[in-house]
Design a binder for this molecule. Structure first.
Ligand SMILES: C[S@@+](CC[C@H](N)C(=O)[O-])C[C@H]1O[C@@H](n2cnc3c(N)ncnc32)[C@H](O)[C@@H]1O
Length: 297
């Protein structure tokens, strides 16, 4: 009977740890393609059990934060955004990041927005520390027009001001919960190409891919970073998913419901779902659209 004690302690501990993070974490950024409206469907379709969670196109991390997994690797090619997550994971950086965000809130005006926005046009930008870039990223996300993240061909952030009188970088309760989660779980945080970011995935792990969507003629928002994501990239992603499938990794991916996507994923399970599109430069572009959730299980 006594040799059962460590097992009982292990289970009790995992119940306590899980409970601690059932605390509704919300994304810190408003991100194009954010998955909050698809969450129910994603939760229904995810594998019941998995080991390590990977999210290689994490953006605002709606699914990551809903699952709050114990072991996770998150990645996005957007370096400024990943600095934000790094600040959440470190006590030292978090304090500085938090203070810098509060300063942005205090200084906010139309003129100040453009000063901060144009920082990346200066040669000195690359020398700024990660928490300064992270706080700038959050401030711009909250103060710009419609929470867009768009850069021009030189990689300069070019979204106009949202013309808000006051700007709040975050909800106090949420940022503290996020910090607590990141500090405790210490997820691996990368800023690489998606193919590199999943190299360590093994059988029983779960990867959720939420790439920039296949572009349908009149909706061409793909400028998250310089580079874009064309159909060759979509095919490269499909090939990565095929390789992960051979390894026994669970994969779920979202995309637009286009003929091209249905064709390249014809050997997988395709679930058609309805989603509300939240960000589009034209107000008329908002409404219900069909999307697909692809699974290999
Ligand atoms: C649809 S968004 C992800 C939205 C996210 N699931 C959410 O809930 O907010 C796609 C993300 O992919 C990133 N991205 C684009 N190309 C990439 C690449 N080659 N490797 C990794 N990330 C990339 C973009 O910076 C963007 O944040």
């Amino acid at each position: 009977m006594f040799n059962q004690i460590p097992i009982v302690i292990y289970y009790l501990r995992s119940i306590v740890l899980k409970k601690e993070f059932i605390m509704s974490l919300q994304p810190l950024v408003k991100w194009a393609g954010g998955k909050r409206q698809l969450l129910d469907k994603l939760l229904e379709l995810k594998p019941k059990k998995f080991k390590h969670y990977y999210e290689p196109f994490v953006g605002g991390g709606a699914l990551l934060l809903e699952l709050a997994p114990i072991h996770a690797t998150i990645n996005d090619s957007n370096k400024e955004l990943m600095f934000v997550y790094k600040c959440l994971r470190s006590k030292r950086l978090f304090k500085k990041f938090y203070k810098a965000c509060k300063e942005h809130e205090l200084n906010h005006s139309e003129e100040y927005y453009y000063q901060v926005r144009n920082m990346d046009r200066k040669k000195t930008y690359k020398n700024l520390t990660s928490y300064v870039k992270a706080a700038r990223c959050i401030y711009l996300n909250k103060a710009c027009f419609n929470g867009l993240y768009r850069v021009n061909s030189k990689g300069h952030f070019n979204v106009p001001s949202g013309k808000y009188e006051k700007v709040h970088c975050f909800e106090e309760d949420n940022i503290q919960k996020l910090h607590k989660y990141f500090l405790k779980r210490k997820p691996v945080i990368l800023s690489k190409d998606f193919e590199e970011a999943i190299k360590t995935a093994k059988a029983g792990d779960f990867v959720y891919f939420d790439p920039p969507y296949d572009v349908v003629a009149d909706q061409s928002f793909t400028s998250y970073t310089v580079g874009g994501f064309d159909r060759k990239e979509q095919e490269r992603l499909r090939d990565v998913i095929s390789d992960l499938t051979k390894k026994g990794v669970y994969v779920m991916a979202s995309n637009a419901n286009t003929e091209f996507i249905r064709d390249i994923y014809k050997d997988f399970h395709i679930h058609i779902v309805e989603a509300k599109r939240m960000i589009n430069s034209k107000a008329t572009g908002r409404g219900n659209v069909e999307e697909v959730i692809i699974t290999n299980y």
